[in-house]
Design a protein around this ligand. Structure first.
Ligand code: DOR
Ligand code: ZN
Ligand code: ZN
Length: 422
């Protein structure tokens, strides 16, 4: 064994004082007591699985003034996220095998946490050609930043069938393109009106009717009506921190412009309550950085998207501390469920899983400050909100972050090709 980490660990949904034995980057034993290797005693600090954020836009290639694989994955690491799945709407988009390979070469030379690359789909995509090297696939039903659209029912069915044959998951941006209004608006209420809850509900209903057996993950569900419409399907449901903590009245102007939009305060309340009640499967940041200058333009010209990979889990840990959210539920939504859904041996403190961990001191509540964050976009919609950042982060058995500093080597790798090579 290389290392024994001792503390209060979340094992099988319960916090237990125990020892986690690590060898070759994996968890090889979890016992009350373990001996025979270097020991790290964390006393009563809490050990959680590293989070898996299955929805980030790291902007490389093409928009590296907003973010790149280095800054995006550093940001992830400081937020307790040890694996990110990167979306394909880069410039050029990741829509064929060559582009997946190019992106992987870049990411492999820059990533601080593990990553998977999501293949982008358009009506003509060669799904099976990309399948061996993509962690999942993404499809946009409604237009947004740099998106390829798939709107026709027969295309949706054909593509979903191929994704299923490939044994992968299809993450869907569910907003009905034909219902999106393009009216000139100058505030978040107007944006919400242009792309109202009905756009999402209609898209979700269509998915349900067209693809009852498909391995669909519905991205960023923003309304309880859409959530209800997904009941009884095998689809997984993602929720974002911004749709739970921010709304059209949060005073963010163009900075709060995002697709699907921030909703009404009442809807936001209902969505966070549904999350707390365990009705969502996956917490995803939909980290979509744009620079503060881009976001500060007049409302119509401001691009859509908010950053969040570094603040997602810390904001939720603060809800746990306040007694509003169950820690076990949070760990399932931010680690175990995305791990299972996307076929990774990550996201659980269990034998055989990657030793990706975050260590929390629940007493250390801080206020979020842009200056302390690591994204290249240099702003956050959560300025001054309370959060609990991990004290330590481990990636495959090696300490990466300690007390706000990088202490380890950079060793992020592609989860798909790592699996192929054993
Ligand atoms: O607001 C959004 N921004 N929604 C998306 O679906 C894409 C994202 C981006 O890439 O900026
Ligand atoms: Zn989306
Ligand atoms: Zn997105």
């Amino acid at each position: 064994m290389d290392l024994i980490i001792e503390g209060r660990a979340l094992v099988n949904g319960r916090l237990e004082q125990c020892c986690i034995g690590v060898d070759g980057g994996r968890i090889v034993a979890i016992k009350k007591d373990l001996r025979g290797a270097k020991r790290l005693d964390l006393q009563d600090r809490i050990i959680l699985p590293g989070a898996i954020d299955p929805h980030v836009h790291l902007r490389e290639p093409g928009s590296t003034h907003k973010e790149d694989f280095r800054t995006g994955t550093l940001s992830a690491a400081f937020g307790g996220v040890t694996c990110v799945l990167d979306m394909p709407n880069t410039v050029p988009p990741t829509t064929d095998l060559d582009r997946l390979r190019e992106k992987r070469a870049t990411a492999s030379s820059k990533a601080w946490v593990d990553f998977g690359l999501i293949g982008g789909l358009g009506p003509k995509s060669d799904v099976l050609g990309m399948a061996a090297e993509a962690v999942a696939f993404k499809l946009f039903m409604g237009s947004t930043t740099q998106s390829n659209l798939v709107t026709e029912s027969d295309d949706l069915q054909r593509l979903a069938g191929l994704v299923k044959r490939a044994g992968k998951v299809l993450s869907v941006h569910a907003e009905e393109e034909g219902m999106i209004k393009k009216d000139r608006v100058d505030d978040l209420e107007g944006h919400n009106n242009n792309r109202g809850p009905e756009c999402e509900l209609h898209a979700v209903r269509r998915l349900r009717e067209l693809l009852p057996e498909a391995p669909v993950n519905v991205c960023h569900v923003t309304t309880v009506a859409a959530l209800k419409a997904l009941e009884g399907t095998g689809f997984t449901k993602e929720v974002t921190p911004h749709h739970m903590l921010l709304d059209e009245r949060s005073g963010l102007a163009g900075r709060g412009k995002v697709n699907p939009p921030l909703r009404s305060p009442e809807e936001r309340d209902a969505v966070i309550n549904a999350f707390i009640a365990g009705q969502f499967d996956i917490l995803a940041s939909d980290h979509a950085p744009h620079t503060i200058d881009e976001k500060g333009q007049e409302f119509n010209s401001a691009p859509s998207g908010v950053p969040g990979v570094e603040t997602s889990v810390p904001l939720m840990l603060n809800l746990v501390k306040k007694g509003r959210l169950d820690l076990g539920l949070l760990a399932r939504c931010c680690a175990q469920n995305p791990g299972e859904r996307f076929g990774l041996k990550k996201g659980r403190l269990a034998v055989g899983y990657d030793a990706d961990l975050m260590v929390i001191d629940p007493g250390k509540v801080v206020r979020i400050k842009t200056d302390h964050l690591h994204s290249k976009c240099t702003w956050t919609p959560y300025e001054r909100l309370e959060a609990i950042f991990p004290e330590m982060v481990f990636l495959r058995g090696d300490a990466l972050i300690e007390e706000g500093n990088i202490v380890g080597e950079r060793k992020g790798r592609d989860v798909v090709t790592a699996k192929l090579s054993g």
